[in-house]
Write a protein that binds this ligand. Structure first.
Ligand code: ARG
Length: 272
């Protein structure tokens, strides 16, 4: 019996070593050079997959416009992508510490973030809008004053509402992800949610039973562009900028956009 146990345990050690070996092998392949060698370099990209239609989970699969766009851009640039859902705040930490090579998450290119990170050229035009119950008396951004507003923490939506109500105002409820902010609205813990237009529009449309509508205020909210975010100084930026320009030109971007949104993108706005 003892002998059998000894054989078994040494067998298990061998199996474990074998498993480790193949893991390391994968890593080695992954860090090979993109140019030259036939083996494509795999880059780890992080996201907050709670922001439909840009990135969301279908079972344990991350899907959405950003995923399709990223895959097309990466293919054009010659990289394989390992996309991982880590959440919004962790995404920034992962990039800052360079544990991830890039982040995609409907991330708005803004001056503050540009201090710490690099961005690809713009790939999507967006603006904040206000999600409210159908019967709401909120008709403009100004009407948010005196109301409880739910936002995803650390987003341009939060910044836009702070500009109106004041920084750290008690009426601003901040959530770790945007779906939680919308839940707060549905559960009547908030009067409005401010987030990217495509996100609130899609939510209102796909959930008619919730009886929500979208209020816009382009005089108050600024146009925003999304970019793929990289650690500062990343060599990937140049490759991806080139790839994005290529897929904007060759119809690939337009195809992906139409598949998701049913309309044609305004390519001129993205290229300027
Ligand atoms: N565009 C906004 C920003 O950059 C919101 C992005 C939120 N993205 C997400 N996947 N939750 O601040």
């Amino acid at each position: 019996m003892k002998k059998l146990a000894a054989i078994l345990s040494s067998f298990m050690v061998i199996m474990m070593l074998a498993a480790c070996g193949s893991e390391t092998g994968k890593e080695e392949k992954a860090s090979g050079s993109a140019a030259g060698g036939d083996e494509k370099k795999t880059i780890r990209v992080v996201t907050d997959a709670a922001y439909a239609p840009f990135e969301y989970l279908e079972g344990d699969k991350i899907v959405g416009f950003d995923v399709n766009f990223l895959n097309a851009a990466a293919k054009e640039a010659g990289y394989d992508v390992k996309l991982e859902h880590v959440g919004w705040d962790p995404l920034f930490v992962e990039l800052k510490s360079k544990r991830a090579a890039a982040g995609i998450s409907a991330i708005t290119i803004d001056e503050e973030r540009k201090q710490t990170y690099d961005f690809s050229s713009p790939y999507f035009l967006s603006i904040n809008k206000i999600l409210v119950p159908e019967g709401s008396d909120i008709k403009s951004a100004d009407d948010l004053k005196g109301k409880i507003v739910a936002v995803q923490s650390g987003t341009t939506g939060q910044a836009a509402v702070e500009k109106l109500l004041g920084k750290n105002h008690k009426n601003i409820k901040k959530f770790e992800n945007n779906n939680l902010a919308i839940m707060e609205l549905i559960n009547k813990g908030a009067d409005a949610v401010v987030a990217d237009n495509a996100v609130v529009e899609e939510y209102a449309k796909n959930n008619p039973k919730q009886k929500l509508k979208v209020v816009e205020d382009p005089d108050t909210f600024d146009a925003e562009f999304y970019g793929i975010m990289f650690p500062k100084g990343s060599e990937l930026k140049a490759d991806f900028d080139k790839a994005i320009a290529a897929i904007l030109d060759n119809g690939t971007y337009e195809k992906i956009y139409k598949e998701r949104f049913g309309t044609a993108p305004d390519l001129e706005k993205l290229k300027q």
